[in-house]
Write a protein that binds this ligand. Structure first.
Ligand SMILES: [Zn+2]
Length: 239
């Protein structure tokens, strides 16, 4: 029996459908991205958008582009003061950005703009919600051990320079709630009580906006603080 000859009209319709389906999916996907700028790598970063798939990559791109990073802070209505560049060589600091409304103590040190942006996201999306959920209170203070220090890693006399040499890092030691409760990395990291769970939650949360997060789990040098930086060399270390 001779095979039935395929109807050329059917074939054309199938081809048209094969071309239209991806096109329709593409348009739908693009429209969805326009409504979800946090997942859209081409949308200008606004820190008030919820965290999304593209957030960390966009934060990473801000490194080295001081004016674009500060434009993001302005667009996101984050208060900050741009300070004049200082230093030279490996400790040159072309980007000194001081947050204007952040509960750091004993002071608010200038950091790089990408660190400032990540601190804002971390406080809003991780630290404040974890304080409410786990500790039942609001954050009054976030105690730090410093941001800028012109030195090599671990204070060695040779080897790579620390991200602290340009204040592209900050060390966080403790959190104080409105009622005075103090949660210290050194004293409260171990165990499974609320303070330890809070510290683990905010350590995990920091990995969403910082390139590198080192905690007591990393090594003994970090027993009393979280090291948070925006160094792309080891991006993804979160321990
Ligand atoms: Zn550090």
């Amino acid at each position: 029996m001779p095979r039935k000859k395929p109807n050329p009209h059917h074939r054309a319709a199938r081809l048209a459908l094969a071309a239209l389906v991806p096109l329709a999916l593409g348009i739908a996907g693009w429209q969805w991205l326009l409504g979800h700028p946090e997942h859209n790598p081409w949308a200008p970063l606004n820190l008030n958008d919820p965290p999304g798939w593209a957030t960390r990559a966009k934060l990473a791109r801000l490194k080295g582009d001081v004016s674009e990073c500060r434009a993001v802070l302005e667009r996101s209505e984050v208060a900050f003061t741009p300070l004049a560049p200082t230093g030279e060589g490996p400790c040159a600091r072309p980007d000194r950005t001081r947050l204007g409304d952040y509960p750091l103590a004993p002071d608010t040190p200038p950091v790089t703009c990408p660190v400032a942006a990540a601190l804002e996201i971390w406080r809003r999306d991780s630290v404040a919600p974890a304080a409410r959920r786990i500790m039942g209170g609001e954050i009054r203070r976030i105690e730090h051990l410093g941001a800028y220090s012109c030195r090599r890693m671990y204070g060695d006399s040779e080897g790579p320079w620390s991200e602290h040499a340009t204040a592209n890092a900050i060390d966080i030691a403790a959190f104080v709630l409105e009622d005075g409760t103090r949660i210290s990395v050194l004293r409260d990291w171990d165990g499974d009580g609320p303070k330890a769970r809070f510290l683990r939650a905010v350590r995990e949360g920091a990995c969403g906006s910082f390139a590198t997060v080192l905690s007591p789990d990393y090594n003994a040098a970090h027993a009393d603080h979280f090291h948070l930086d925006q160094d792309e060399r080891w991006a993804g270390v979160c321990r």
